[in-house]
Ligand binder design. Structure first.
Ligand code: ZN
Length: 258
């Protein structure tokens, strides 16, 4: 029987695909030892759903933010609204924010404007930021030169082991998930997982996205245990030790006691 405990460091349980069956999803996860869920908002329209989930379930740890795919046409008062949620939830992080040069046609300068305002909010309010980064490595480096929040997570990390080293020096944390359930994981991904310092490693499902069978299939946090087993194998550590380490890491990332 599984006795280890885990936190899904990045998911979107506010998504209607999850929300309609939230009790059974949480129940299946809990049976697999997943006891906490960092739920990331993506735009002003879903922040209230994130907040309601956090109010109803102490296991839900909220993040509020604007995803790079949602910046175009965003309501003008979004930052004021975001501040409101961050003040109301003093333990909340900022996410999912990010930069994406591949999977969206949204101009990079517009993405960067919205990203920078949230990034600066992270610095001002001392909140961790969770980042979606696809392709825009150079742009993130430029943002980092101007300062960074004290903790930020590169979720679903897709870079090289060398990039792990560079970002780790700049206070980055790294989480891995969905891509690992596709078999076999690429050599680059396995090497990146091995390169992450033990105190910066987190695990995630990105539910309901990143199901190994792709679109039309709903990922859920209960599958985090499979991801954990895969990461433990790749790093050559015991599942128990990985559980303790990643739980401790999550507490430090959110600066929360558990
Ligand atoms: Zn996500």
């Amino acid at each position: 029987m599984n006795t280890t405990t885990w936190t899904d460091a990045h998911c979107h349980l506010q998504d209607p695909a999850c929300l309609s069956e939230i009790e059974s999803i949480l129940d299946r996860a809990t049976r697999n030892g997943i006891r906490r869920f960092v739920v990331n908002g993506t735009c002003p329209d879903d922040w209230e759903r994130v907040a309601s989930l956090a109010d109803a379930h102490p296991a839900v740890l909220p993040h509020f933010g604007v995803h790079p795919w949602k910046v175009e046409g965003i309501r003008e008062d979004w930052e004021l609204l975001l501040r409101g949620y961050l003040y109301k939830y003093p333990q909340a992080g900022i996410g999912e924010i990010g930069l994406d040069s591949k999977l969206t046609s949204t101009p990079m300068d517009l993405q960067r404007k919205v990203f920078r305002r949230q990034w600066n909010l992270g610095r001002e309010l001392h909140r961790p930021c969770t980042i979606h980064l696809i392709g825009a490595w150079a742009e993130l480096h430029e943002e980092l030169k101007q300062g960074a929040p004290s903790r930020f997570l590169l979720h679903s990390f897709g870079g090289s082991p060398e990039q792990v080293d560079v970002f780790a020096e700049q206070n980055a944390w790294f989480s891995f998930g969905g891509a690992l359930l596709r078999t076999p994981a690429s050599k680059k991904l396995r090497k990146a997982i091995q390169a992450v310092p033990g105190d910066r490693l987190l695990l995630e499902t990105d539910s309901p996205f990143q199901h190994p069978q792709g679109y039309g299939h709903r990922q859920e946090p209960g599958n985090l245990l499979n991801i954990a087993e895969t990461v433990a194998r790749i790093r050559g550590v015991e599942l128990d030790d990985l559980s303790k380490q990643t739980e401790d890491n999550l507490n430090r990332f959110l600066q929360t006691a558990d």
